[in-house]
Design a protein around this ligand. Structure first.
Ligand code: GRG
Length: 292
């Protein structure tokens, strides 16, 4: 199947599964409305697609990994809701729509994030009937580590502490390896766990995800300088407004573009041992040239 069609199909399957994650709870309607508002706001769904495809290239059935994929996207969405709050980045727009707290108020936005974070683990266990208890437990361990203080939340804490500081490149890389990279690495690891992948397959996917995760963040910094508001779904220049250290500030635009290209090449090289690495190859190059 052609990679564009595969991407469309994966995205449709993810959208459908995410829509089915919660039942309507009339007595807590506004909380569920707030959770659904952000979860179904039309993100690129890169992380869940990575889960499903990593599972497939390791010989598993993508549908068996759907509970893992939805859980990861729920955690990603919670992080965006909280990141947009006035006490964090204080953003008004996300995915081209008013941010969660602008629509539902701050207190409900905090709870919507908390609700998505905790429900993610419920969905992960509830919707993984095709996997063994050991696989589910390993998935929970993987995702909780990646999302928690040793992963994404830790990266966000370092990022906040670094505001106003002139960071050096290794420090910036460390922050983003946690803040952005941890969930991207978890995506392929979760797919590998669902497939019962070998150590070699896991290591190759981890290297791939490490490279695309860094390239993804550098491209994010590039887009913050040269992107278009309409495509990004948020104003460009928000890093400058917050006086943040970014890869573009430290290395300049041209070096960053070159770095994204080199990292993408390295990501693709990491896939050499997979017979069916075409989709992941195409995804890496698409992400390196993304405009949103
Ligand atoms: C508040 C606990 C907490 C964590 C926040 C990941 C994160 C940590 C904040 C997001 C800030 C940000 C814009 C980081 C840059 C990279 C990134 C994660 C971009 C958003 O991911 P996409 O492009 O978003 O996959 P979509 O909307 O497509 O899902």
């Amino acid at each position: 199947m052609n990679t564009t069609v595969m991407m469309q199909e994966y995205r449709q399957q993810v959208e459908q599964a995410l829509r089915g994650c919660f039942r309507q709870e009339p007595e807590r309607a506004s909380l569920y409305d707030a959770m659904r508002y952000s979860l179904l706001a039309g993100g690129k769904r890169i992380r869940p697609v990575l889960v499903l495809e990593a599972c497939r290239v390791c010989g598993g059935r993508p549908e068996d990994a759907m509970g893992f994929a939805c859980a990861l996207e729920m955690i990603h969405t919670y992080s965006l809701i909280h990141d947009d709050l006035p006490c964090m980045d204080d953003d008004d727009l996300r995915r081209g729509k008013p941010t969660n707290h602008k629509v539902f108020g701050e207190a409900t936005a905090v709870l919507a994030g908390d609700g998505l974070l905790t429900a993610a683990f419920e969905v992960m266990v509830r919707d993984s009937a095709a996997l063994s208890p050991a696989q589910v437990a390993e998935g929970v361990l993987c995702l909780s580590r990646a999302a928690g203080p040793g992963g994404m939340v830790g990266g966000q804490a370092l990022d906040l502490a670094a505001e106003g500081c002139d960071l050096k490149l290794p420090d910036l890389q460390e922050i983003h390896s946690l803040k952005t990279g941890a969930l991207i690495r978890a995506a392929v690891e979760l797919g590998a766990i669902a497939a019962g992948a070998s150590q070699e397959q896991r290591q190759a996917l981890d290297r791939y995800a490490d490279k695309i995760g860094l390239a993804f963040q550098i491209q994010d910094d590039i887009l913050d300088v040269v992107g278009e508001d309409a495509l990004l779904g948020k104003p460009v220049g928000s890093d400058r407004a917050g006086e943040k250290s970014t890869f573009v500030r430290l290395k300049g635009l041209d070096s960053c573009r070159e770095l994204v290209r080199r990292l993408t090449e390295q990501a693709v090289e990491a896939l050499a041992s997979f017979e069916e690495g075409e989709f992941l190859t195409r995804l890496a190059w698409d992400l390196s040239g993304r405009e949103m």
